[in-house]
Design a protein around this ligand. Structure first.
Ligand code: GLN
Length: 479
């Protein structure tokens, strides 16, 4: 029974809980056992909280017996370790925050707790969410559940691997340039990056504030919709949060419903560098959409070719400002070095940050410095506007865009660590959605020698309902 318990979707677990066929304590116990057996190989987690989880599960069982359950009540989850959890370490996989215990919860954590979800653990990531393989964690790398010698993607690699390896029912990640969708693709799960502003980022440790979004990693599209319903909504604590109320539920869709859907295939996303197996699987998915009655047309988004360069100016610039707060004085790591205030600051930051984080801070500081600001940062902002306008234009004639999520399947650990630019290219297909602030979802669409391949769907801002409906239709038709 316990191994089948860890295979459940939210929907299935919820039905068993409501029918009292299983208790949340039993469910939680099953996941804790799974974590214990698989973690030594997978290393998807940084902090596991068995006692807290069982206490929350007991409270959830009480809620269920009182008839007060929501869909997430009693469901075990994992949260990426850059999202603040009151009283539980939130490290960002950095030496800088290795002992940091937040005095408050992120808004999404409050929302999930209020809905009765059970927190099992905090997930590993690339340090401060900078990376595409989870190899930049200061603590340990995470493995891909399908092949331990390969990476799970990143930066939400721990969150994606935990779902794929049945260590939890669902997880919460963050996506600045692809960090939910790329690991979802490489691990074979569903990963959704919502519209910028739909989900509050209060309590998400800031990386690049104009790009960061929180979203779910799940086993099914139904689950993605259920978690998004809980996460979304206006929050006065996040000034970028949008006033938009919606409930996302695609469970009533039982037959593919994409007849007449106007689907654009942006030709710039099918360029050299895409592995043939990825291209083949995505082309078969497109053929399936056509068979189901979607109107497929090639479209062009010519400014896409600048998206990666724009991202690697804007994201490091914002990161260099956001990470200035780690000075060893207010909180976080503090070097023992004596000397002047400047000596202490230098050694705290020198010892506390890893090399990728330092690289980003240096690039960002350079791009923002006087004399270079106009040439780099300002120019990147202008091109960003062009990229957004191009998407707006395309969405006047098309409902959904289809692309691969990642140009490759999961790669071998260590194969890209010596060449940052090659690593950055992992996100070439996911970054444009962040630049434009539009929603995008990655869905499993095939395998290459057992390694999962992901399909990316994008829609106009705040059109998550259509995105999820389309994703669900594909899920039904392809299974
Ligand atoms: N891999 C990208 C980067 O390193 C995106 C990271 C993210 O989305 N957090 O910046």
């Amino acid at each position: 029974m316990s191994s089948s318990l860890t295979k459940l979707s939210i929907n299935q677990a919820n039905q068993l809980l409501l029918a009292k066929e299983v208790s949340s304590v039993e469910l939680t116990q099953a996941y804790l056992e799974k974590i214990e057996s698989i973690e030594p190989h997978l290393r998807a987690l940084i902090t596991v909280e068995p006692e807290l989880a069982l206490n929350q599960a007991r409270a959830a069982d009480k809620q269920i017996s009182e008839g007060l359950a929501t869909e997430l009540t009693g469901i075990p989850m994992v949260i990426k370790d850059n999202i603040c959890t009151k009283g539980i370490k939130t490290t960002c996989a950095s030496k800088m925050l290795q002992d940091f215990i937040p005095p408050y919860n992120a808004t999404v954590v409050d929302k999930l707790y209020n809905s009765g979800a059970v927190l099992l653990a905090k997930a590993n990531l690339d340090e401060f969410a900078m990376g595409s393989s989870t190899e930049n964690s200061s603590f340990h790398p995470t493995s891909n559940p399908v092949d331990y010698s390969r990476v799970p993607g990143g930066s939400s690699g721990g969150a994606a691997a935990a779902v794929a390896a049945d260590e939890c029912v669902f997880s919460i990640g963050s996506d600045t340039g692809g960090s939910i969708r790329q690991p979802a693709s490489l691990c074979g799960t569903v990963g959704l990056k919502p519209t910028y502003g739909l989900v509050s980022r209060y309590g998400l440790v800031a990386f690049a504030s104009s790009l960061d979004q929180i979203g779910p990693l799940t086993k099914t599209v139904d689950d993605s919709a259920s978690v998004l319903s809980v996460l979304s909504g206006h929050d006065e604590k996040d000034s970028t949060s949008i006033k938009h109320n919606a409930c996302y539920d695609v469970k009533s869709i039982t037959e593919p419903a994409i007849k007449g859907l106007r689907v654009g295939i942006p030709k710039e996303y099918f360029v050299s560098g895409i592995e043939p197996s990825v291209n083949e699987s995505v082309q078969s998915a497109i053929a399936l959409f056509e068979k189901l009655g979607a109107k497929i047309e090639e479209v062009s988004l010519p400014h896409t070719k600048y998206a990666l360069s724009v991202y690697y100016i804007i994201a490091p610039s914002e990161a260099s400002a956001n990470l200035a707060r780690y000075d060893g004085v207010k909180y976080g790591y503090s070097s023992e070095t004596s000397g002047t205030m400047w000596d202490a600051l230098e050694s705290t930051r020198g010892e506390g940050f890893g090399s990728e984080v330092k690289r980003r801070i240096m690039i960002g500081t350079y791009a923002l410095s006087s004399g270079y600001y106009d040439a780099y940062y300002l120019k990147a902002q202008k091109v960003r506007t062009l990229i957004s306008q191009e998407f707006n234009e395309v969405f006047k004639s098309y409902d959904i865009l289809i692309t691969p999520t990642s140009p490759t399947v999961a790669f071998k650990r260590g194969s890209k660590t010596s060449n940052p630019v090659e690593m950055y290219l992992s996100d070439v297909l996911t970054i444009p959605a962040n630049i434009a602030g539009i929603p995008a979802i990655s869905l499993p669409c095939g395998f290459d020698n057992g390694l999962p391949i992901g399909l990316q769907l994008m829609s106009a801002p705040l059109n998550e309902s259509l995105l999820l409906k389309t994703a669900k239709s594909y899920e039904i038709a392809s299974s």
